[in-house]
Design a protein around this ligand. Structure first.
Ligand code: PMP
Length: 428
């Protein structure tokens, strides 16, 4: 029986990728603390998703709550055109301390997708400023995801993404094969061959290569080899193509390094961050670039970076993001993430032997069970809720990305629930 909240919600509110005519009724959250979501009916669920990967410190964290409350007492927002403030400057300082060396300038924006829009505009302006006006296309690999707004959609995987819906309207980009080299395996010669073939054919048409370093997230939860990124970076540099690292899903410790690109020890020309930037408190993101990119754009007509959202550099977001970085600064997350990785490896690996399972992979605080068939969300979602956990698969992928602060006992409960539900669902 739907509650009053669910009733109104179903009649008037859109949810992500949802129909206006029903589907799985959303559960109503009435409270959240630590790793727990409390539902309207009092049930408590361990959140295995970190609310789409951003709530790394858990809910209702006293330090993050205090940071946003204190800033609220000063001022919640001021425009960023012609004005600046201490929270923005502090956050930029904090970020530049931890991002790959060489990134020197920060463009604050509202969400991950917008940060990718900004990165793509930055790349085009940079190439235009250099007189390379023929460089109007972007390159990427299959299986990627970079956001739901217009230009990011054009570099999302053309099959699992939304290309067919908007055919003829999205910019046509270059897609290389998904890197086959597994993170925990060897670099495949075919991956390097594909890079070489592409750069030889299109090295002078492309403005930038955009890629999710190491972990392809929403496009398939695939982990590839760091050497692929090294080869890519080398070729981009040689051909005058900018490398855009989309660290929106991977940034801030999730893969066991501050940023996934650190596994390859390279610095991109442009980097997008979001999601865990504010510890999952408010929507916020940033696009960082090197001085070379910023200076080139600023030295040519029109001499400015053409983007400026209303809520750019929002002080509440900056304050809570700085507080989140403060929590990460002692690097205790390294041990937490390593412990989650070890647990997920032990708990999920045995599922490899199941007929219904195609692959199991774990990297940092990410554990993925890839099935042969797409899951039926209407069936499996209530099973997870009944088991006391919040897990939201997509397609064939059932995965865990818990908050870093999850205790050993909570993690055991979460993985036990995942295995039990999958066992029942797959009829093992
Ligand atoms: N890039 C990547 C790699 C992402 O995972 C996401 C979000 N899942 C985005 C971009 C878009 O971010 P947002 O949903 O905040 O717009």
């Amino acid at each position: 029986m739907a509650s009053a909240i669910q009733q109104f919600d179903s009649e008037h509110i859109w949810h992500p990728y949802a129909s206006a005519h029903g589907g799985v009724t959303p559960y109503v959250v009435s409270d959240a603390e630590g790793v727990y979501l409390t539902l309207e009916d009092g049930r408590k669920l361990i959140d295995g998703m970190s609310s789409w990967w951003c709530v790394i410190h858990g809910y209702k964290h006293p330090v993050l709550n205090a940071a946003i409350q204190e800033q609220c007492e000063c001022f919640a927002h001021v425009m960023f055109g012609g004005l600046t403030h201490e929270p923005a400057v502090q956050l930029a300082r904090d970020l530049l301390d931890v991002v790959p060396q060489g990134l020197a300038r920060v463009f604050f924006c509202d969400s991950g997708s917008v940060s990718v829009e900004v990165a793509m505009k930055m790349a085009l302006q940079y190439q235009q400023a250099r007189g390379e006006t023929q460089r109007v296309q972007f390159a990427t690999v299959l299986g990627g995801y970079h956001g739901d707004t217009w230009h990011p959609m054009s570099v999302c995987d053309p099959h699992t993404g939304m290309h067919s819906l908007y055919q003829g309207r999205l910019a046509a980009q270059h897609f290389l094969p998904r890197p086959q080299s597994r993170f925990d395996g060897e670099l495949c010669a075919d991956d390097v061959k594909a890079l070489d073939g592409f750069f030889a054919a299109h090295g002078d048409e492309v403005a930038a290569f955009i890629i999710e370093p190491i972990v392809q997230g929403a496009g398939g939860m695939w982990f590839y080899h760091p050497d692929y990124l090294r080869h890519l970076a080398e070729r981009c540099r040689k051909h005058g193509i900018l490398l855009i690292a989309d660290e929106i899903a991977t940034g801030f410790g999730r893969t066991g390094e501050w940023f996934a690109i650190n596994h390859a020890v390279i610095t991109p020309d442009i980097m997008c961050i979001g999601k865990a930037l504010t510890g999952g408190y408010v929507s916020f993101a940033a696009t960082l670039c090197t001085d070379a990119v910023a200076d080139t754009i600023s030295a040519a007509e029109p001499g400015v970076m053409m983007h400026g959202p209303t809520f750019m550099g929002n002080p509440l977001a900056c304050a809570v993001a700085s507080a989140s970085l403060g929590l990460l600064r002692n690097e205790a997350w390294r041990e937490q993430v390593a412990a989650i990785a070890a647990h997920l490896q032990a708990a999920l690996s045995p599922l490899k032997d199941w007929d219904a399972v195609a692959d199991v992979r774990v990297l940092g605080a990410i554990g993925v069970v890839e099935l042969h068939e797409a899951v039926d969300m209407a069936v499996i979602t209530p099973m997870f809720v009944e088991a006391g956990v919040w897990v939201r698969p997509f397609g064939k992928l059932v995965y865990l990305m818990p908050p870093f602060v999850i205790s050993a006992a909570e993690l055991q409960q979460l993985s036990d629930a995942l295995v039990a539900v999958l066992k029942a669902y797959c009829d093992v």
